[in-house]
Design a protein around this ligand. Structure first.
Ligand code: NAI
Ligand code: 15L
Length: 279
């Protein structure tokens, strides 16, 4: 799903990048890795960011603070928000209204590009492919598995809207499971190693003419479930594969029971009512 609408101008590599959600799991991993690509990060979070005393302490509810935060940046990597299932009102405030506030700030301040942390849970009820079946394509219909996944589906549409109406570019990255190591059988298929996450974000920040592009975000996993072609088209070259963890995880955890949510759905136990975590 890539709509460039003729905008193929070469973007210079952005330098100053607002990193929202900088205190979170992925934010912490990226603060350690993105500077090596030449970025000057401007961290933002609603809680203090360990090791970053100058980080902007702001809530996505605060439109003035966001306007100030994006002033002069070359791009935004937007990780902030509720990252698991929660009450609808909490999800709405951070992931829907808060996202709208961010895009309004970006539009007003003329920031050309956002990299939006979407999620596999935007398509969580999609059946996971069986061996021999093709991987899930990026243009598969949204099938959110939670209010959380629903907010990510909305986020992708919001990004498309801001491109079509206002010319703000976005790469929406449907992250699989980004953590230092995979910890479940399901993650053997969806793992995005920290190194590959940094490679993918760098590609998303520098590829020319992305319009609004949706990509699947995982490493080059032997047990891959989804199609990485739009990510690769941005220049992403994953280097990691979860397979080296497979024998140990399967020995410890066993394979998912046939017919269970982990066996059937891409979103795994988020598809159970109520959603189960951890996977
Ligand atoms: P996290 O929950 O560890 O970090 C999210 C950060 O956002 C936290 O530091 C939190 O304080 C901040 N935040 C929450 N509400 C805020 C608000 N109203 N204003 C400002 N900051 C706020 O989540 P994680 O794992 O680091 O994920 C980062 C992003 O990537 C999230 O948007 C998540 O939905 C998405 N994602 C993560 C995946 C993963 O495997 N970790 C998988 C798919 C998507
Ligand atoms: C997500 O979207 C969550 O933010 C993360 O914490 C994990 O649950 C991940 O998906 C996953 O599916 O493993």
């Amino acid at each position: 799903m890539r709509s460039t609408d003729g905008d193929t101008s070469l973007n210079p590599a952005p330098r100053t990048v607002l990193l929202t959600g900088a205190a979170g799991g992925v934010g912490t991993l990226m603060r350690e890795r993105l500077p090596a690509y030449g970025y000057a990060l401007r961290p933002l979070d609603v809680v203090p960011v360990p090791g970053a005393p100058d980080a902007i302490l702001a809530d996505l509810a605060d439109r003035d603070a966001l306007r100030e935060a994006v002033r002069g940046v070359d791009a935004v990597v937007h990780l902030a928000g509720i990252s698991l299932e929660a009450e609808f009102d909490r999800i709405t405030a951070a992931n829907i209204t808060g996202l709208h506030h961010l895009y309004e700030a970006v539009r007003e301040q003329g920031v050309p590009r956002v990299v939006f942390a979407s999620s596999n849970h935007a398509i969580g009820f999609t059946p996971r492919p069986r061996p021999g079946e093709p991987p899930v394509p990026v243009d598969t219909p949204h099938r959110p598995d939670t209010f959380y996944g629903l907010s990510k589906a909305f986020g992708e549409d919001l990004a498309q809207f801001y491109w079509d109406r206002h010319g703000v570019e976005t790469v929406s990255v449907r992250i699989g499971s980004c953590r230092p190591e995979p910890t479940s059988v399901r993650m053997l298929s969806l793992w995005l190693s920290p190194g590959d996450c940094a490679r993918l974000l760098h590609a998303a920040l520098t590829a020319p003419g992305v319009g609004h592009t949706v990509v699947h975000g995982s490493s080059a996993n032997t047990r891959e479930w989804w199609d990485l072609s739009t990510a690769r088209a941005l220049g992403y070259e994953p280097e990691d594969d979860s397979e080296r963890y497979a024998a140990q995880i399967i020995a410890e955890r066993g394979l998912p029971a046939p017919g269970s949510a982990d066996d059937v759905h891409l979103g795994g136990r988020f598809c159970v009512d109520p959603p189960l975590w951890p996977h």
